[in-house]
Design a protein around this ligand. Sequence first.
Ligand code: PHE
Length: 367
Amino acid sequence: MKEQIKSFINDTIQKLPVKKNESSLEITIKDKKIVLEFAEKECILTFGNYQKTISYDLGADKFFTAQKGLFKNLEPLMKDMEDKKAFGQMLSTWKNNVELLLEEKEMAKRKEALAQKLAIGYPEPSLGNNDLDVGYEHFLNKVRDEMLSVFRSMGYTLVEERELEDEYHNFEALNIDADHPAREDQDSFYVGKNHLLRTHTSSSQIRTLEKMLKNGGEPPLAIVCPGVCYRRDAVDATHFPIFRQMEGLVVDKHVSFADLKGTLLEWAKAMFGSDTQIRLRPDYFPFTEPSGELSVSSPNLLGGRWVELLGCGMVHPQVFRNVGLDPDVWKGFAFGTGIERIAMMRYGIKDIRSFVENDLRFLKQSL
Ligand code: PHE
């Protein structure tokens, strides 16, 4: 260690007037002398009456720290020097030399490490390679994250719920009875008798409210629940049995349809541009009353045509009763939209199957 430190310091002060012998260096500026004496694990710096011991028991790579220790102890001496300028110049030359030398050493080390890696055929991304491709965020994740950030900015919390549901949470609790015709077109993949892959994210509404009440909480609450859903649909350009939705739910004492409309307008503008208009028409869902279907029209989207985007409505009193909330006290609104649908509109994608075909020519366009 001593020898290493010594030769390192030696290298970095070669431009200075230095006298060397076996175990010491003597730096002289004008008639002032700084003596560095090297012992096994330390260096003793003497300058006039001033003496300082600098330990360099620092590990093989820490030359720089050792040198820094030297500078730190030399700098305060400046004020005692007659020729401050010469002393200052000496210090800065020394420092520069240290940095240069370290840089050279660092480069040499890196070069050697790289050569070793390459010698054993190790892939080295920093070399750059035109054959290698960067990754792309998938269209669907991009749209989901964009929607999340819009709702987050409005104060919503993200909730992710299970994909494997029981019939109660997917249907009954949402006011869809066993013989309700709405079950027909939402029949799904069953796992056992009472469990199925959820057909919509609306089950997250029930799960979240139940959990909140069980833990002693109560509304207000504003959540968005994105996630994968499943339906036994025949595959075509706009249907695929695995798809994504995002559910929104707000519950509070004074929530009105106007709040729902305002929220959806804000969201549509954030997604499709500030000149986007929305239109709400009556629709039917067993778990909302009244229910609506939202369409948007934007100059940036299919030439301003009205496009249906999501289902929404005021939470049905029976849904509140099912989770144990008093519908005379609490009001709420909910909405649910397909992420694929929005991505398709946004990017002009014609076939929903493209999202899952893993064709790089398609995926690359998501950049
Ligand atoms: N769950 C409905 C669907 O999948 C959408 C919806 C959600 C409607 C919330 C109203 C309120 O079509």
